[in-house]
Write a protein that binds this ligand. Structure first.
Ligand SMILES: [Zn+2]
Length: 306
């Protein structure tokens, strides 16, 4: 029986590849720097070779699919990666831009191949591990270096007309003036992200390790302001979607001492009153480095089930 999915979680910094069983256990995993793909002469060829090598090293013969999560929107064909803005090649260009990654790898590997946005795979993992499969509307918002979001409505991932929906890191914060990496000004990521938290650390707590900021200084003004900025994007999303549950995760929110109670109070106070009549559950994504590869396997299962 073909019972192993090769799951990949490709981030701006690290690439994780793992073999995931039918019941979502990870048999083997390997972590490499994403640069070894992005800075290769031919990134997609290098990616293909990495997968072939992983399969050969572990002598896997019963593979049902290969499934990749990438830091990009994926077009509605579920094959074409729109743009890996944070993964650049040797020439400084995004490694994949309107690239049919699934089609290329399928031809090379002779296996079913699926690609998905990395945040959507994490949401699928969190829904599965928290038993939320039967909820009508579940939102996942993940604040790490940047901001990622995914929404599941009636069991379906919300993709938008072309696959580019929910680029939440670049939702405008009203009249914000901070310049963003995307070339706009005043995006969400300028105020509520790991990148901003690093800026606060350098300006106000240069001696402190970033991991200790909430635990040691959470009640002080710079971090209060930061938590408020994080809560804002949750209020916007809750007001739009009237969710059953919001999953909150990502490196910033999963940090020790992140003031959950106060954060929820801020979100609740700013969410539209009609939505708040019903309320919603807050669920915190638990740190687990394998989330992305297991989520990729869950996505492959969904695609194979049609
Ligand atoms: Zn932006």
């Amino acid at each position: 029986m073909r019972n192993i999915t090769i799951g990949l979680d490709i981030g701006g910094t690290n690439l994780r590849i793992g073999a995931v069983t039918r019941d979502h256990q990870v048999l083997t995993r390997k972590i490499i720097g994403s640069d070894s793909i992005s800075k290769a002469a031919d990134p997609i060829d290098e990616l293909s070779r990495l997968i072939e090598q992983f399969i050969a090293e572990n002598h896997y013969e019963n593979i049902k699919a290969v499934s990749l999560g990438l830091p990009s929107s994926v077009a509605n064909d579920n094959e074409t990666v729109i743009c890996t803005t944070n993964m650049k090649n040797r020439s400084g260009q995004p490694i994949f831009q309107n690239t049919n990654v699934a089609g290329y790898l399928r031809d090379r590997l002779k296996l079913p191949v699926y690609v998905n946005n990395d945040t959507s795979n994490i949401l699928l993992y969190d829904i599965s591990s928290n038993g939320l499969q039967n909820r009508k509307v579940v939102i996942g918002i993940y604040i790490g270096t940047g901001v990622g979001a995914s929404v599941l409505i009636d069991g379906k991932l919300l993709k938008g007309a072309n696959g580019a929906a929910l680029d939440l890191g670049h939702i405008p914060y009203f009249r914000g003036t901070e310049p963003c990496s995307c070339s706009k000004h005043g995006c969400c990521e300028c105020y509520a992200s790991g990148w901003k938290l690093q800026k606060i650390r350098s300006a106000c707590y240069p001696e402190e390790d970033i991991q200790n900021l909430f635990a040691r200084h959470g009640s002080e003004a710079p971090l209060q302001e930061f938590v408020y900025s994080c809560s804002h994007v949750f209020s916007v999303m809750a007001t739009i979607f009237n969710p059953d549950a919001i999953i909150a995760g990502g490196g910033v929110i999963e940090m020790d001492g992140f003031p959950r109670e106060q954060f929820e109070k801020m979100v609740n106070e700013n969410t539209g009153l009609d939505v708040m009549k019903y309320g919603f559950d807050y669920i915190y994504s638990k740190p687990n480095a394998d989330k992305g590869i297991v989520g990729a396997a869950i996505f492959a299962d969904r695609m194979m089930a049609g």
